[in-house]
Design a protein around this ligand. Structure first.
Ligand code: MF3
Ligand code: CO
Length: 249
């Protein structure tokens, strides 16, 4: 069942989203060669505390950190660790913020110093793919229109879309219906209605789309060792138009 949210609920989720967006804006300044994902995670937890918000991922299904920090060939759910990031790396920081019981979810990929042209291209296409998905997220369209737009664009740039992890409805819990694949067919899936709130979070690979799981049971990485990037927003479908709840602008 897809739970439709009221105006008031969407407003509350927007407040969580604004805090989350300001975390990412801080991270854009903070992340440089030498910093560790452990330090990033500590920064995020402190920042949220200062803003009377909490990291919803911590304790979720036994996950132990405020953030997921996925480096290079890690696709998602990387553990923060005490290993300095170095020039040429990329890292995706993903988090869910809880503010007064309302949630927002957003991931962003960051380049560490100068990265290769191939990596620049990956980051640019992945971010654009997110916005192409958002563009399709209007009342009357279907969920499949979102994935189709993302997949078509990404593959036209000779990159691949991860199938094993998808976007999701979100509200007072992290994962709700609907499921939002970043691939698929136009005109398929549930129709978008006023009050739906969900994430779009394409994970895009330079090489093959398949994933393999680390022995920690959480971290997914590419099977060919090539880099993977991800950008994620939480969006709300309203009569007045689609709102990006985690917008950084
Ligand atoms: N933020 C993630 C998402 O985009 C959820 C992470 S689940 C966790 O779906 F357990 F790792 F926290
Ligand atoms: Co997320």
């Amino acid at each position: 069942m897809i739970v439709l949210k009221s105006k008031r609920e969407i407003e509350m989720m927007k407040s969580a989203g604004e805090i989350l967006a300001s975390v990412h804006k801080e991270l854009a300044q903070l992340i440089k060669p030498g910093i560790t994902t452990w330090e990033i995670d500590e920064f995020v937890e402190g920042f949220l505390k200062k803003h009377h918000a909490t990291p919803e991922q911590k304790g979720y299904k036994g996950y132990e950190y405020a953030t997921c920090a996925s480096i290079n060939d890690e696709i998602c759910h990387g553990f923060p660790r005490r290993e300095p990031l170095k020039e040429g790396d990329i890292v995706t920081i993903d988090m869910v913020v809880n503010y007064n019981g309302a949630l927002a979810d957003s991931a962003w990929s960051y380049a560490i110093g100068n990265v290769s042209q191939e990596t620049e291209h990956l980051l640019k296409v992945t971010k654009e793919a997110l916005y192409r998905g958002i563009e399709q997220s209007v009342i009357g369209n279907r969920i499949g229109d979102i994935g189709h737009a993302i997949q078509t664009y990404v593959e036209s740039e000779n990159l691949s879309v991860v199938r094993d992890f998808i976007g999701h409805g979100i509200g007072t819990v992290i994962h709700e219906e609907p499921q939002v694949p970043h691939y698929g067919l136009p005109g398929k899936g549930p129709r978008l209605k006023e009050g739906m709130v969900f994430t779009i979070e394409p994970m895009v690979n330079i090489g093959r789309y398949q994933t393999k799981m680390d022995s920690n049971g959480w971290t997914a990485r590419t099977i060919d060792g090539k880099y993977s990037a991800q950008y994620e927003h939480t969006i709300a479908i309203t009569k007045e138009g689609t709102i990006i709840l985690t917008d950084q602008d």
